[in-house]
Each structure stands twice: as C-alpha cells, then as structure tokens.
Ligand binder design. Sequence first.
Ligand code: FES
Length: 65
Amino acid sequence: MAAKDENLDEVMCTCSGTTRGKIKKLFNEGMDMEAISSWSGALSGCGGCEWDVEQYLQVLTEQQK
Ligand code: FES
C-alpha cells in the first residue's frame, strides 16, 4: 500500500481504539511491536488486530529502506 493511500484515522485495534496514525507515529519514534502494544494498548485485548498490526509494521519497515 502506498503511503499516500493510508487512512491514518482508521482504527486498527478496536479494543483500544488505536488508529493507524498512532501506530505509525509510535513506529516512527523507534518502537517495535511490543513497545507499541504497551504504549497504545493495541494487541492487549482480544488480539484480533495482531495480524493487521504486524502487516502494517512490515509495510512501514519496508518503506524505511
Ligand atoms: S482489536 Fe486489538 S486487541 Fe482487540
């Protein structure tokens, strides 16, 4: 997915209300998935967002290269 197509207001984790933009911000601050989870609350509920968040972090990591 190209960065310009991102909807940063999209809620990726409904349990914590964590948006794509929030995950991106924390990622850009140098956090890994674990740190992002403890900061945002993402992945700490039902765990249903795990795949989505993981995929998104991979995309962000790719974009950094
Ligand atoms: S949707 Fe993220 S933990 Fe439930």
